[in-house]
Design a protein around this ligand. Structure first.
Ligand SMILES: CCC/C=C/C(=O)SCCNC(=O)CCNC(=O)[C@H](O)C(C)(C)COP(=O)([O-])OP(=O)([O-])OC[C@H]1O[C@@H](n2cnc3c(N)ncnc32)[C@H](O)[C@@H]1OP(=O)([O-])[O-]
Length: 715
């Protein structure tokens, strides 16, 4: 797992060998301990270079080993031995040096880096802190402010930035190992006294206390309840205020509380789930590893509203040529200005050349005839979309893939309008489409595996986390969200307020509450959907529709023109209209009181526990239905949809993971309790899969799939 060879007569070259990222597994750590010891005691070896196999230095500690019994030599003494060596040790960094990988490099006396390498201490994103001395060495090397930034955000830096910050000594465009060997030869006789980072004082700015106070405040605000960023600040504070040995003790102490925390488990689950969802499969048995995506260079986007513009920008950013179509001249011109502006700002921010020449704007539908993929992003109206798919089917060659950015309409109905229904797939982007990471790739019963593979690959090229899901109303995300929204309305009817419901959800970790979210996206959006479903009865107050409990509150607000932020009034007040700061609205409070009085509802005090249980368990319960029906292939798919598309706090792992942490028996018992109190609310009736899992002893989430007999949608 680590090999030692003698090169250039006197350099001991240690190569880490653990593909794909040379993670520091117990075997690799043992390999390093053995090879370092041999190199240090070999009189022929005058200096040492440590590198990684296959162009990657090291991706850090082996995350798969977390949560298991610790075997092999620990990292901290291993890195101390390297630092204490009396022969110069040089890290040759290619690819990545992340987490424990960078900490290993910080234990070396010198660091030589390839210009394309990326470095960072991303432990915080896994619910941890750099506890192999990283929190103590990095501030000593680059100063407290820069170290705080890197350690609390976990962001990766480029080789150029690493050089500027002083993390590395040299950057090369050539062979990093050759450069490092040459460098090692040049420093063989130099003193190492100033090269052992742990022995250096920690450079602190004069107002260090104010700095820590400010960072701690920011980290708490941004972290929304995450504990690792707070511990990271505390660890760097120890580096700034304590001698190294005591700082290390503090680092270990803080790590001990994080290591076994539920948040660390949730974040590590997210790390693996994010990668697992790319390994999709279909009911037919087609899979990611046996289906080749089509080559794609040119894509068309039809409909240049907010979504179409964002999709266009994301495609251009992915390096594709885009034909952007909007049939109304004026709207096309407005879209052209907006897209150009977005691309200009992005190019400026990222310091890359502007790629405006990759987009061609047109008012002619015929302009899409020579693209490989058409993405339809017109208004969410089934009749309009059907007509467009019919036109596209006669306009485009048979091999053109036709994707729809619908957020809830039936993909199969659209496919039925075309001569090649196998070419039709849903590509549900989230607004703003060039920023939001989530993409639901919706396969219909007739979608060809190759079409799905191409959509998944296109999503990857656009930097999205793409999740393949089956076809049903609302797909996965919006289908689950519906019950979350409904429960929030029921709670309002029963006596709660938008402020207290939103507060409970924000304390849970959502960036905003359900009513703030509804004001942001516009109350009229859901109103239109409910109208299309025949649920809206203008001016009517009845609370039972289509045989189940219904809250007309949202409809009543819309009838008054209260659409949210854009109209200045919704569940909150916004002054002026379009402002993003919600203010409680006394009108709404009076309106709710009158509404309850007319409905004969007696207001009661509702605590945050009930808010969370009813809103979240209703959503989770729908997640179990979705799993049972095979609409999502596994709980990871649902969780990644919620983490990347709906602001579910990552440190809680996604709704299904959260349910597993709370305990399935508890979730079942609370759903039963609420369903007994509200028998007219079918979504509170526990799913049969949840019951089945509880009766089979609530297996860990990784084993739920075994309990789901139908692995996929039967559609
Ligand atoms: C205790 C002392 C404190 C130290 C703590 C730490 O170091 S914490 C660690 C701090 N380090 C980090 O947080 C870095 C985490 N890693 C990364 O950010 C990226 O993997 C990358 C940038 C290294 C490569 O990106 P890329 O797009 O080229 O590739 P990719 O991302 O698709 O990964 C390929 C495969 O490798 C797997 N795998 C990767 N890393 C690890 C690991 N450390 N372990 C185990 N496995 C790992 C990954 O699951 C995937 O497996 P799959 O799905 O094929 O079975």
């Amino acid at each position: 797992m680590a090999a030692l060879t003698l090169v250039s007569g006197s350099v001991g070259l240690i190569t880490l060998q653990n593909p794909p990222v040379n993670a520091l597994s117990s075997a690799v750590r043992q390999g390093i301990v053995d090879t370092v010891q041999r190199a240090v005691s070999d009189p022929q070896v005058k200096s040492v270079v440590i590198c990684g196999q296959n162009g990657v230095f090291c991706g850090g500690a082996d995350i798969k080993e977390f949560g298991k019994t610790m075997l092999g030599p620990p990292l901290v003494p291993m890195i101390h031995t390297i630092e204490a060596a009396d022969k110069p040790v040089v890290a040759a960094i290619e690819g990545s040096a992340l987490g424990g990988g960078l900490e290993l490099a910080l234990g070396c006396h010198y660091r030589i880096t390839h210009s394309k390498a990326r470095l960072g201490l991303p432990e915080v994103t896994l619910g941890l802190l750099p506890a192999a001395g990283g929190s103590q060495r990095l501030p000593r090397l680059i100063g407290v402010p820069a170290a705080l930034d890197l350690i609390t955000t976990g962001r990766h830096v480029t080789a150029a930035e690493a050089l500027k910050l002083g993390i590395v000594d040299q950057v090369t465009d050539q062979s990093t190992v050759e450069a490092a060997v040459k460098f090692a030869l040049s420093v063989e006789v130099q003193s190492l006294t100033s090269r052992r980072i742990s022995t250096l004082p920690c450079p602190c700015p004069a107002d260090v206390d104010a700095l820590f106070e400010g960072v701690m405040q920011r980290v708490r605000q941004r972290g929304r309840g995450a504990i690792a960023p707070v511990a990271c600040v505390q660890a760097v504070q120890a580096a700034a205020t304590l001698p190294y040995a005591q700082g290390m003790e503090r680092e270990q102490e803080l790590m001990a509380t994080l290591f076994t925390s539920g948040q660390a488990r949730a974040l590590q689950y997210c790390f693996f789930s994010q990668r697992a969802v790319s390994r999709w499969s279909l009911p037919s048995g087609a899979r990611w590893d046996s289906t080749k995506p089509n080559p794609v260079t040119k894509v068309a986007v039809i409909g240049l509203g907010t979504m179409g513009r964002g999709i266009t920008v994301a495609l251009v950013q992915a390096g594709l040529s885009v034909v952007a179509v909007e049939t109304h001249e004026q709207q096309m011109m407005a879209a052209q200005r907006a897209v150009s502006g977005m691309l200009e700002r992005l190019a400026q921010r990222q310091g890359v050349p502007l790629a405006l020449d990759r987009v061609r704007f047109s008012t002619e539908l015929e302009a899409v005839a020579d693209v490989q993929i058409v993405i339809e992003a017109v208004f969410e109206d089934m009749a309009l979309k059907k007509q467009l798919f019919k036109q596209l089917s006669s306009l485009c060659p048979a091999e053109t893939l036709l994707f729809s950015n619908t957020s809830s309409l039936d993909i199969d109905h659209l496919a039925a309008q075309t001569d090649h229904p196998q070419q039709v797939v849903g590509m549900h982007f989230f607004a703003p489409a060039h920023i939001m990471k989530l993409l639901e790739v919706v396969y219909g019963p007739r979608s060809a595996p190759q079409a799905v593979a191409t959509a998944m690959e296109l999503g990857k090229r656009m930097g999205k986390v793409s999740v393949a899901v089956g076809n049903c109303r609302g797909f996965v995300g919006n289908r689950m969200l519906m019950h979350y929204l409904e429960e929030a309305l029921f709670l309002l009817e029963e006596g709660s307020s938008p402020e207290s419901i939103d507060q409970a959800l924000k304390e849970f970790g959502f960036p905003m509450g359900v009513f703030q979210m509804s004001d942001l996206s516009g109350l009229d959006v859901g109103w239109k959907v409910r109208k299309a479903q025949g649920l809206v009865e203008p001016g009517q107050m009845s609370r039972v529709r289509q045989g189940r409990r219904y809250s007309p509150l949202g409809d009543l607000l819309c009838e008054q023109g209260r659409f949210g932020q854009k109209t200045g009034q919704g569940w909150y007040l916004y002054d002026p209209a379009g402002s993003r700061t919600p203010r409680p609205d006394p009108w709404l409070q009076r309106f709710l009181e009158q509404y309850r009085a007319r409905q004969g509802l007696v207001s009661r005090r509702i605590d945050s526990e009930e808010v969370l249980e009813r809103c979240l368990y209703a959503l989770i319960n729908e997640g179990f239905h979705i799993l049972h029906e095979g609409i999502a292939a596994g709980p990871e798919d649902i969780d990644m949809i919620y983490v990347f598309g709906y602001g579910w706090p990552r440190h809680r792992g996604g709704p299904m993971f959260y349910a597993s942490q709370v305990g399935l028996a508890r979730v079942l018992q609370r759903l039963e309790h609420y369903h007994q109190l509200h028998p007219d609310v079918p979504h509170l009736q526990p799913s049969s899969l949840l019951r089945q899992l509880v009766s089979s002893g609530s297996p860990p989430i990784q084993r739920w799939k075994e309990a789901i007999r139908k692995p996929h949608s039967a559609l």
